[in-house]
Design a protein around this ligand. Structure first.
Ligand code: ADP
Ligand code: ASP
Ligand code: MG
Length: 439
C-alpha cells in the first residue's frame, strides 16, 4: 500500500483535482490519498479566526462569505451532473452553516481549531463527490478517527496504527482511501492540527503506521531544490537525498516539507518521493536512507529566529552552568536550534517566543542576558560536508561581506548553520548559491 499526498495548489482548481484523480489511478497498488485544503483556504480560515479573536464579527462575516463564494464557484468546474453538483453544494452549505454559527458563539482556542479544520474536510468531501461521479470506487477515511496527538502535542505512530488498522481492515476490497491532511484529535479528544503545512506530516505518519511501500508528496515543484526558489533565481532539483539531509532541510526552513515530516518515514524505513502534480513525469526527489552522493546538497533558511546571549563571569571554569541554562529552556518546553559557547558567554537560538519573557527573566539569575530578534538561520546541508574541507573555504569566502552572528559546525556530519540578521537572508542565500553551486 502507498501514500499519495497532494498539497493545496494540487487541489486548488477543479482541473487540478481532475488531474489528481488521474494520478491516483495510474497503478493498481492500494493507496491512501491525503489531501490538503484548496490553496488559500487555511490562510483565509486563519484570518477568520483572527477576526473573531479580535471581536471583529463584521470582518469575519465578510471573509466567510468571500470564501463561501469561492467554493460555490469551484463546484461547476469540478462536477457536471445535477446530482453531483447538488451533493457538492450541500456539503459546502453545511460547512458554511457551521462557520456562520460560530459567529454567534464566544471564541476559544478549541473553536479556533474547529475553524481551521474546515478546509481539509471540504477538499476531501468535494474530491470524493468527483470520484463518485467518475465511478471510481473509493472510501473516505475521516482523519479525526485515527490521527491523534498526545498531551505533549506529539503524534505517536503506534497509536495511529492501532486506530487505523481496523478501519482499513473493514474495507479490504477498497483500493483508494481518501483522508484529510493536517487535522487530528488532541489528548482531550478535541479537533486539533499538526501545525501549518502539516499535511506532509500526516502523510509520513500514515506511511509509518501502515508500513507503506512509498510516501509520495505531490506538490507544485519538481522536488527539493538546492536553494529556496522563492528567493534565489537559479535553483535546481536534487534527485537523491538521505533522510538526515531532508530532515535538516525541512527543519531549517525548506517549505516544501513540514519540519517534522521526515522522522516517521525514516524511523519506519519508508522512502519519500517529492513529485510535481503539474509535471508528473519529472523525476522529482527520492529521499531514503542512503544519500546518493557526498558534498553540499542544498541550502535552506529559517526566519523569525531569536538569539539569546547569556554572559557571566561566574561561567568561567564553572561546571554545571550550561545545565542551569538548559534547564530554563526545558522548563518552558522551548527547543534550542543553535548554540555556541565561549569562556564567559553562551549564545542560543530559539524559534518560539511564547515563553520568552519568563525565560529571559530566569536566565537573568545566571548572568547578563541580551536578546536579538529577527535573525535568520541559514543551513548548508549535505552528506559529510563537515568532512569536506574545501566546502568550508568556499563557504566563508563567498559570504565574507555578511555579518555572521553565530556559526554551528561539527554538531552533525551533514549540516553547517549560520545565524545572520534577517535583512541579510536574501543576499546570503544568493552568495552561497554562487559560491557553493556556481549558479
Ligand atoms: P504544498 O501546498 O503542496 O504543500 P508548499 O507551498 O507547502 O506546497 O511547498 C512547495 C513550495 O515550497 C514550492 O512551491 C517552493 O516555493 C517552496 N520551497 C521552499 N524551499 C524549497 C526547496 N528547497 N525546494 C523546493 N521547494 C521549496
Ligand atoms: N492546509 C494546511 C496549511 O495550509 C496544511 C497543509 O496544507 O499542509 O497549513
Ligand atoms: Mg506544504
Amino acid at each position: 500500500m502507498k501514500i499519495m499526498k497532494f498539497g493545496g495548489t494540487s487541489v486548488g482548481k477543479p482541473e487540478r483535482m481532475h488531474q489528481v484523480a488521474e494520478l491516483i489511478q495510474k497503478d493498481d497498488e492500494a493507496k491512501i490519498v491525503v489531501l490538503s485544503a484548496l490553496s488559500g483556504t487555511t490562510n483565509a480560515l486563519v484570518e477568520i479566526s483572527n477576526n473573531l479573536a479580535g471581536f471583529d464579527k463584521q470582518a469575519a462575516k465578510h471573509n466567510i462569505d468571500k470564501l463561501e463564494t469561492h467554493y460555490h464557484d469551484f463546484i461547476p468546474g469540478l462536477v457536471q451532473t445535477a446530482d453531483a453538483r447538488n451533493a457538492a453544494n450541500r456539503i459546502i452549505d453545511e460547512h458554511f452553516e457551521f462557520l456562520n454559527i460560530i459567529l454567534k458563539i464566544s471564541f476559544s482556542e478549541a473553536l479556533n481549531k474547529d475553524i481551521l479544520a474546515q478546509g481539509e474536510l471540504m477538499s476531501t468531501k468535494l474530491f470524493s463527490v468527483y470520484l463518485q461521479e467518475q465511478g471510481i470506487n473509493h472510501r473516505l477515511l475521516p482523519a479525526l478517527d485515527f490521527m491523534s496527538i498526545d498531551t505533549y502535542e506529539e503524534p505517536q505512530v503506534k497509536e495511529i496504527s492501532n486506530k487505523l488498522a481496523p478501519l482499513l481492515a473493514t474495507h479490504k476490497d477498497v483500493k483508494v482511501f481518501i483522508t484529510q491532511g493536517y487535522i487530528c484529535r488532541n489528548a482531550r479528544g478535541e479537533v486539533d492540527n499538526l501545525k501549518r503545512g502539516g499535511s506532509d506530516y500526516t502523510a509520513s505518519l500514515i506511511a509509518a503506521a501502515i508500513n507503506a511501500s512509498v510516501c509520495e508528496i505531490w506538490t507544485d515543484i519538481s522536488g527539493m531544490h538546492n536553494n529556496d526558489p522563492r528567493i534565489v533565481e537559479k535553483t535546481v532539483a536534487i534527485e537523491q537525498m538521505s533522510f538526515d539531509e531532508a530532515a535538516e532541510l525541512a527543519y531549517f526552513g525548506a517549505k516544501i516539507l513540514h519540519p517534522a515530516s521526515i522522522w516517521p518515514a525514516q524511523m519506519y524505513k519508508v522512502p519519500v518521493k517529492l513529485l510535481n502534480t503539474m509535471q508528473p513525469e519529472d523525476k522529482g526527489t527520492t529521499i531514503q536512507e542512503m544519500a546518493g552522493s557526498t558534498g553540499v546538497k542544498a541550502i535552506a533558511a529559517k526566519d523569525g529566529i531569536i538569539a539569546i546571549n547569556i554572559r557571566s563571569s561566574r561561567m568561567l571554569l564553572a561546571y554545571g552552568f550550561l545545565r542551569k541554562v538548559f534547564e530554563v529552556f526545558e522548563k518552558y518546553r522551548t527547543s534550542i536550534d543553535m548554540i555556541t559557547t565561549s569562556e564567559v558567554a553562551v549564545s542560543v537560538t530559539i524559534d518560539n517566543d511564547a515563553h520568552l519573557d519568563v525565560i529571559v527573566k530566569e536566565l537573568g539569575a545566571l548572568g547578563t542576558v541580551e536578546v536579538d530578534r529577527d535573525e535568520t538561520i541559514v543551513s548548508i546541508v549535505g552528506n559529510e560536508i563537515a568532512e569536506t574541507k574545501v566546502i568550508l573555504a568556499s563557504l566563508f569566502e563567498s559570504i565574507k561581506d555578511i555579518p555572521v552572528r553565530m556559526v554551528s559546525y561539527g554538531g552533525s556530519r551533514h549540516n553547517i548553520s549560520l545565524l545572520v540578521p534577517g535583512k541579510y537572508k536574501q543576499q546570503t542565500l544568493q552568495l552561497l548559491n554562487k559560491g557553493l553551486f556556481n549558479l
